[in-house]
Design a protein around this ligand. Sequence first.
Ligand SMILES: *Cc1c(COP(=O)(O)O)cnc(C)c1O
Length: 402
Amino acid sequence: MIYLDHAATTPLDPRVKKAMEPFWSNEYGNPSALYKLGRTANTALQKSRKTVAEILSAKATEIVFTAGGTESVNLAILGMAQGFQHHFHKPSHIIISEIEHHSVLHAVAAMASWGWKVTKLAVDKDGFISLRELEKAIQSDTAMVSVMYANNEIGTIEPIAKIGKLLQRLNTQRVAKKLPRIYFHTDACQATGFLDLNVNRLGVDLLSANGSKIYGPKQTGFLYVRSGVVIEPLLHGGGQERDLRSGTENVPGIVGLATALQISVKEQDRENQRLIKLRDQFISDVLKTFPEAKLNGPDDRQLKKMAPPRRLPNNINFTFPGIEGEALMLYLDAKGIAVATGSACATTSTDPSHVIVALGRSQADAYNSVRFTLGRQTTAQDLKQVIKALLEAIKLIQKANK
Ligand SMILES: *Cc1c(COP(=O)(O)O)cnc(C)c1O
């Protein structure tokens, strides 16, 4: 089998599994308990927190462990909204991009029903937001900007550090005018393991990440919350995670998440280089084999040596005109190749991808798109085989369409 859906989820790294194992059956204590079994679990919890914090150049107290990316995003955005309304006794304004993940889109939809104003920034043909448009969208009552670090469908890397700088400058002026400080949240679920996570270089107040996309366990994640940033919990109970996320901690999951993050950061530079080579070769091979195919998202093949990357190293997304993405996916599946269609993160939805449409493409282009996301096991040989299978599949589908 050739698995090319690493943006959906990754297999558990055996090293991660090994690190997690003791905490299921032997060291099963509740980290809040004060006897030895509890203290051992608590030590593992604090060690994991320290590992994550160091990678982000953050303080251990700024890391809140959650049950995945969706929960981190909801805690950041809805937690901010609740805190804001509690303090100011009214809803306010949030700015996001048009191509956010559904966890962001649906969280702000809930806020809209509470009376919040929502601005969705348009993106250009490659999926980038405009800093100028962002600055224009800011109002006196803007409470938060939430822009994803890297897009899950087309791999576009947004200019997070530049947004961070802009907001820092505006916030200095706002404090002088006694306006509320704008919080900056980034959904880093796809960036984790590939890009710089230093929260000070990025200038973010909140950052969401998950474990299942970095060869860690599913339903694990964390939210970075900068000291002084006020958010309110979504879950109420025993007061774990500095009262921001009650519930007995998932100790094996947290140990796994921290181990997975540590491994991916350590191997990041070398693995990125390897993936970029594979990605660019695959893009060139597809365009050579199917000249009518359209690459969705930025093309980094001609990127200058020191220029910052614009596309995730492992992401490829193509529209094959006249070829339904779903049909292609099913054909490739029959050949043992797993890829994603446009509506990758919502398998039950038949809506065209909001991301491809936001690029200015037609609904047909959105339906006719397929995402290939590479991973640690992917080889050049695999991708050659995929090109061959694609050629067969497209010929068959074209014949059937006639
Ligand atoms: C996967 C993903 C999420 C949600 O993570 P879950 O682990 O499914 O909760 C959020 N944002 C982005 C960009 C993602 O890729």
